[in-house]
Write a protein that binds this ligand. Sequence first.
Ligand code: SF4
Length: 360
Amino acid sequence: MVLKKRLLGKNLEELKQIALSLGMPAFAGRQLAEWLYQKKVKSFDDMTNISKVGREKLSRQYEVGRVEFSDCQKSVDGTRKYLFPVACTHKKGLNAVESETEGNLECSSIEAVMIPDDGRRTLCVSSQAGCKMGCKFCMTGRQGFHGQLSAGDIINQFLSVEESDELTNTVFMGMGEPLDNYENVKRAIEILTASWGFAWSPKRITLSTIGVMPELKRYLEETRCHLAVSMHNPFPEERLALMPVQKVHPIQNVVALLRQYDFSGQRRVSFEYTMFDGVNDDKMHADAIRRLVDGLDCRFNLIRFHKIPDFPYGTSQEVKMEMFQDRLSRAGITTTIRASRGEDIFAACGMLAGKHKEEA
Ligand code: SF4
């Protein structure tokens, strides 16, 4: 049996090379890109402006590579959580081609969450199956690492949710640390923003990271998309107790790097701050944040914590969150309390995939 390679996740240059290698004209590469990413077809038979001979040659060696979701949970507030099966590699830093051809693949499940809000449809996508970073409050972190998603796996999430044609924004905030799979995430961003791809403005894309270097610097240099940094605590020792990454990439170093870039124009940087009752919601934390980001053009999103099993802390009281917001706002930092979404369908990252793993 011939193992077919996947077209989804390839960029224009690679599609042109594939067309040429099969004896088709180079412009067929652009036609392929348009069929894959704009007309969103699932089969070569639908690519009607490509010759029948060309389609036959393609289908002998390649597949489109679309994968249907295996489960979808719908919240009363309209949030939808999709589960996708994936087969992914353990190796870091593979490009899209390498990760498609890499052996030693592991089958796993990943989540994508569609969040409707005032006419916007934001898709929260996964970049890895599981995660290595081990943040103590995160269900995905608890499940360990199962593999890197290819660019095709990431793009498939955009194409295969039921709201694909209505999506307005995306956040790389699902399962995994996107900067730990930077080559494939960057490829997905290229496909999302290129004129031959989805043709989205970079302003519609936000990457959320706990601050992994040196990929964070590369992201800031190589894309024009927004950035969200998970801070969760401004004090080094306290942050370390929640997030092992603090030992290798302290938040102080992350902020120092951000100071080298301009966030006063089109591009925004925000900090994610999950509020744990009695842990990081004191006024001394707010004051330490003010000192840490003093002079940096940024915003803060305060997040209610979705309780997870076997984690000792609950979410902060509403009144404390409001006081925290007020203290930061008075220091000149635009601060919002993020509305909870999809609580009735296990909205915390990794919950649905974890549930299926247990059932399996
Ligand atoms: Fe990984 Fe993000 Fe969970 Fe931390 S919060 S373990 S980086 S998925």
